[in-house]
Design a protein around this ligand. Sequence first.
Ligand SMILES: [Zn+2]
Length: 501
Amino acid sequence: MNTRKRLAAMLKAGTLPAKELANPACVVAPGQRCEHALVDPQLNRSLSVYEDKVRGRFAAIVDTLKALSAEQHELDFVTRAQRMARERLGYELPQSLLGEAWVSGLDLRALHSYCIFRSFKECIAQVDADQSSWRERMTLDSAFIRSCGYHTLDISPCADGRLQGLLPFVFRMTPDASILVKAYAGAMFDIEMDVADWTHRELERLTGGIPACEDGKYLKIAVYHYSTSNPCDQGCAAHGSNDSLATEKALARLNELRAAIENTFGRGAAPEILLVGIDTDVDAIRVHLPDGNGESSPHRYVESAELYRDTLGMTAQQARARIETAVAEGEATDGWGQGRGTLDPGMRKLILRLLEANLSQIEYVIQHHAGRYAVIGHNERFICAGEAMSELQLRNKFYFAHLDTVEEGAACMDVGIRIFTGLNVNHGLPVPILVHFHYTSRVPGARERTVSRCKRVKAAIEARYPQLHKQGLLHCQMAVSDHMGSERCQFIDEDAPVAGH
Ligand SMILES: [Zn+2]
């Protein structure tokens, strides 16, 4: 009996356990569990510990602030407050935000934003300790990616916070210097910036800057998303929750990038492209299969949720064989999805591994999130504007707006502000915005120039949303990180020296 018939029969007989019903990929007979032969349970446990640790740093903030608020008129308030902050949050609060509480009352909005940024900084500081248990177990590391023939993976997911766990969770990929992640609203990445990144990496490769990869290729991946349980409301906000539009636009952008590079650098120069969709309810993926010419189609793909369902209960070997068959069948799609020729062997190897790795994430959501995320919509803590730090990789931690200037990134920022109006402003909380950029300490004056840039972007954000700014509902914190050295997410004060002074 095929899975759909089995599901229907079980539903009719009332034998489908409620928990399993939550995840469409987990269809089992009574008494069976969703435990797939190709899933790495140890890796899932490590990721779960990591997730709890990182979320814990943010979860304690509101309760701690409520407790502080209750004590703000006590005589030894500052001492008590600092002790409470150390014990519950792991850091102290700025003296300037506590000292005047007895006169003017605690500025809880300012404290809330400070704690969000400070907890984020703690995550960055603890990244090695936090991630050591899972980094080595990832199946898609840079050695594997190189073995598929790629020296660089340039990934542009949607800026939506639900896609922020993309690398370690959804793709089971180790964050690495050869993997660039640049998020944009609706996965609408910046072609010019991508051409610049491509040029930079190709130059590094040609000058021997990328080890053991003289003839590797550059792969651009665009990641759109959708929600199977609430397609009209919880899909991609940037595309009005219209799934086919999100798919077509992302593919069109990939093709434009290919054309841009071919037209500039000649035929054959274009990077390979891969289009991937994510069901953000359950983190299952849809991989569009490029044809022999590297062309993708919105209508030619394989879905990991279906593979999980169809191969549950098989041995690892049987399941792998079934996945290979499914990819081959996908390639043979006719009608609108028909392509010419078969997958490049390296691309096939990468896609097979991606699909297999994602089965672990499907099971992670089944076992650690009761089959489907409790919050299927937005639940981000802050907006990161500028350049993201690749260190923190977790669903719904922040909304990311990749931007050089606010004018260019306006669409991303507007979507972010809209999301946070619902999440924070409607509850009286400000929108915390971390304005962050990287600099290279090898370049003289780069840090000062980057600080100037942070200030420019901060001022532009405040000017773009004057109402929120006037009401004290925009809290921008500037920060810089060194590409080369140890300075990571260093907070910058308003009066920090800038370039030219
Ligand atoms: Zn989106």
